[in-house]
Structures are given as C-alpha cells and as structure tokens.
Design a protein around this ligand. Structure first.
Ligand code: TMP
Length: 209
C-alpha cells in the first residue's frame, strides 16, 4: 500500500524518535516501510545536508540555501521516494516541502509563490498523504539542544524560530484533513499513541480501497 507520511516541527521537537518508532511499528505489522529524511536520504543529499548545517561562518544567501535544499529534494524524490511509492511501499520522511515554506518562507522571508513553484518542480507535484506536526514552544525545543554544538539553523534568532512555528500552525490550521498536530511536550508514549491512531485510520481507509 503506497502511503507518504511526513513529519514536521521546529528544532528539538522529537521528530527523529517518532519517525523511527512509526517505521518500526509499521514494519512489525508487515508493511514494507522506507524511512528517510530531508535534507539528505541520498549520497548527494547527505553532502548537501552537511554543507547547510555546518556552522563554520560560511555565508549562504537565502536563495542559495533554497536551491541547495531543492537539489537534495529532487534527488531524494527521484532516487528513493517515487520508486518506493511506485512499488506500493510506505514512505516516512523526516521533513519535506512544508519545511521549505516555513523555514525559507516564514523564516527567511522568501516569496511563498516562488517556493511553491520550486517545491512543485523538485517533487513533480508530490505531496504527503499525512503531515504529522510535533508542535513545541521554541524555547522548550531549543532547550533540548543545550550543551550540544548548535548547527546553522539552530543558531538563528528566537524570532526566526517563532516565525517558523507560527508558519507550521497556520499551515496545519488551513488543512486539518492532511495535518495532525501533536503537542511535542507530551510523554513519548502518548505522542506515539496519537500518531498510531491517525495512521491506523489511514491504513484502514487505504485497504478498503
Ligand atoms: P533536522 O533534520 O535536524 O531538523 O535539520 C534539518 C534542518 O534543515 C532544520 O533546521 C530545518 C532545515 N530545513 C530548511 O530550512 N528547509 C527545508 O526545506 C528542510 C527540508 C530543512
């Protein structure tokens, strides 16, 4: 059963843990599941990821940042996501096109219509069946990163991260059928349960045709 599930959220929201959990649970239930991430997920994409996250003082303009992300995305869609969906597999992706709308749009101030057009070109119009947003107040999320070296995105201002969060919540509000918003401060098991409930509905709907 082809299904495309995307996880989104600000820094420190707990996406990686939850994507791993869901992927394991689906695999145990007998579904062929592919877990990947953006930027990254391919050899090229992981190289781009290192360039983007590295906090070594290299200046990257907002447009250059966007195009690097979209290059990695085009590679990931053509090399991994599309073939898996065509083979009837479930794909879970840690971030996808919504990240661009909130980070490069709400965050960096790039034009939203331009972002939508480039997202569309890079993905050939692919969009998620379900977007899980792990919502967490900016200070709480960044607080979880304390003591670790901050990457280029984590080093942005609180204001930048607040715009990102606002962007996510606005997008989720306009498309509640596709978006599931879960409070990222809940205990891990409670978050897992809420996500599994929603995914089960989707699985039932898909298997009924
Ligand atoms: P993460 O996987 O640890 O969340 O790191 C990925 C970083 O890349 C995160 O800070 C958000 C950023 N990013 C964008 O700015 N735009 C995008 O389209 C994507 C996919 C990620």
């Amino acid at each position: 059963m082809a299904l495309f599930i995307v996880f989104e959220g600000g820094e420190g929201c707990g996406k990686s843990t939850q994507t791993r959990f869901l992927s394991q649970r689906l695999s145990r239930a007998g579904f062929h599941t592919v877990l990947t991430r953006e930027p990254g997920g391919t050899k090229l994409g992981e190289r781009v990821r290192r360039c983007l996250k590295q906090n070594d003082g290299t200046r990257i303009s907002p447009l250059a940042e966007l195009l690097l992300i979209e290059a990695a995305r085009a590679q990931l869609v053509s090399e991994v996501i599309r073939p898996a969906l065509d083979a009837g597999q479930i794909v879970i992706c840690d971030r996808f096109t919504p990240s661009t709308l909130v980070y490069q749009g709400y965050g960096r101030g790039l034009d939203m219509n331009t972002l939508r057009a480039i997202n569309d070109a890079a993905t050939d119009g692919l969009s998620a069946d379900l977007v899980v947003l792990l919502d967490i107040p900016v200070e709480a999320g960044l607080g979880r990163k304390k003591g670790k070296d901050k990457d280029r995105f984590e080093s942005e201002s609180l204001d930048f991260h607040r715009r990102v969060r606002r962007g996510y919540l606005e997008m989720a509000r306009t498309d509640p059928k596709k978006w599931l918003v879960v409070d990222g401060r809940l205990p891990r098991e409670a978050i897992e349960r809420k996500i599994w409930e929603r995914v089960s509905v989707l699985l039932r709907r898909e298997s009924n045709g």
